[in-house]
Design a protein around this ligand. Sequence first.
Ligand code: FAD
Ligand code: UDP
Length: 400
Amino acid sequence: MPRITLEQACANAATGSAEGRPYYDYLVVGAGFAGSVLAERLAAGLGKRVLLVDRRDHVGGNAYDHLDEAGVMVHRYGPHIFHTNAQRIVDYLSRFTEWRPYEHRVLAQVRDQLVPIPINLTTLNTLYGLDMDEAGAQAFLAERAEPVEPLRTSEDVVVSQVGRELYELFFRGYTRKQWGRDPSELDRSVTARVPTRTNTDDRYFADTFQIMPLHGYTQMFERMLDHPGIDILLSTDFAQVNQQIDRGHLVYCGPVDEYFGFQLGRLPYRSLRFEHKTLAQEQFQPVSVVNYPSEDVPYTRITEYKHLTGQQHTHTSLTYEFPSNEGDPYYPVPAPENAALYQQYKALADATPGVTFLGRLGTYKYYNMDQVVGQALALYQRLEAEHGEADAGAQTYASA
Ligand code: FAD
Ligand code: UDP
């Protein structure tokens, strides 16, 4: 994958525009999953010339991983665990990586004990000193659950399943820290990501495929982007190239409100401050992620990467996550007023020819990695179909 400078991009690109400026078929902004998958497809599938730009100094977006100073593989932007039910997404990514099986398990520190989250039979028995079976756990929760109709908020979802005490122990504080607002002010979809179980299944996800790229995400991205049709321009903001590079089409995977100069107001994004640490010991905690739901602790969770990667090392590296309103935009905030503002930006986006918005920031959706890959592949299919129609049109014209 040719990594180039802006000067090289200008020199490399065919001069196709009327003004004689450098020209690419596609300018793709953002080298995360959205932009990288689309760039790969456009170059390898349609033979297009693509310039992929990112303001960061690396590809991979938030999934970027690397060896830290001690040589431990870490994720710069917090733990990224791949899980999906979609065979076609696994098939697509498998062109660029081998995998290692990994089933994610998380413990929560509650009342000075480490117990499984999602709440399951073991969680209940440990927390309450009981010895229930599955039917007992169902009855236990049914007794505590408070019916809520309709289920609207993130509080409603949990309280209606497990009752107020477990809601407060596991969800209220964590959510208030993570989002800077109460679960009663967040769409139900947020806490609905975490199931409740009455059996002993302690896996965080129930998806068919639970796998990690064998040599890490970054290597997978490097292979994905290793195509002569793709030029990569890092440490460069879209604003720096916008006026200099002409393109047939722009695909923008950054924040949609930023693209439009915040003209309708700011879409709220939640950020995180990551504190990375390396310890001279082999292991720090029993699983890769331990959640801290209490508001007395300022961070939400600690990740120990060796559990995710399977790496053997004398040292171990950790990341503490401190939620914040300042910093890079990581999470769109699912709430009715934000969805309404996004719809206004979407109307603006739909009315802007020559630009397509994609990805978690471009479409303001709390998407997992596999969903972003699915979204990029779906966009590619539409472009491919249009391309086919354009070709057919050109042939008709040529033969006329
Ligand atoms: P991003 O990865 O954010 O990429 C967008 C890129 O665009 C960035 O690199 C940015 O620098 C660049 N950019 C933006 N604006 C500009 C501009 N103006 N000019 C140039 N470049 C620009 N998903 C899972 O499936 N499993 C997980 O376990 C998981 N854990 C997560 C943990 C954390 C802490 C976070 C924040 C997210 C997690 N996710 C997880 C979600 C996952 O990160 C996203 O689904 C995925 O990375 C989104 O890809 P994307 O390409 O849309 O966006
Ligand atoms: N959550 C919580 N306590 C937990 C785990 C999750 O309250 O121990 C809530 C919290 O609001 C979080 C949401 O459930 O943002 C979704 O959790 P998930 O692990 O899916 O979030 P991710 O880290 O993947 O964004």
